[in-house]
Design a protein around this ligand. Sequence first.
Ligand code: SF4
Ligand code: SF4
Length: 185
Amino acid sequence: MIKRYFEDIWIGIYSTLVGMGITWSHLFTKKVTRQYPDSYNPNTDPARPDFIRNRLFVDMDLCIGCMICQRNCPVNCISIETIKAVKEDPQAVKSNGSKANLWVNKFDIDFSKCMFCNLCTEECPTDAIYMTKEFEYSEYDRRNLLYHFSVMNNDQINDKKKLLEEEKAKKAAAAKAAADKSEGK
Ligand code: SF4
Ligand code: SF4
């Protein structure tokens, strides 16, 4: 009984000494705590991995408006609108030389809903949408997390809509003329 009593005392002292030894050893080692964001340096702090998921970016010069990313998004945070490009439109050519069949007049991503699942990027046929390494984009007002990627202004959008309406009117007139002709009018 007395032996057990002194064993317990020794175990208590020993474990305290071991614990304090670890504590004291840390007093003399180099500290690694980073005072983020005050001392954060993107050039010297560890690089973020290649496949990290952060804020998305959309290269509108590559986007063909296929809407695959919008359909794949499980939380509906991508919103795309397009205008059909008419055949005679001289501007409907992408930088890689391919012809654009659609003008993307709206491409919004609401990052307040995005859960960074990456499903939108995986099936993009032109790699127009991708994850960046940017993670510092907090906002006080969640409305600022709605990002607009389309580069078309209102005048351009109205021009494209007008061209499309004109093409539709021409097609309708041609169809009517063909129908009249077949009826012998
Ligand atoms: S999947 Fe790619 S090409 Fe298609 S709309 Fe999205 S970003 Fe544009
Ligand atoms: S990462 Fe996921 S949630 Fe975010 S926009 Fe892409 S598909 Fe939607």
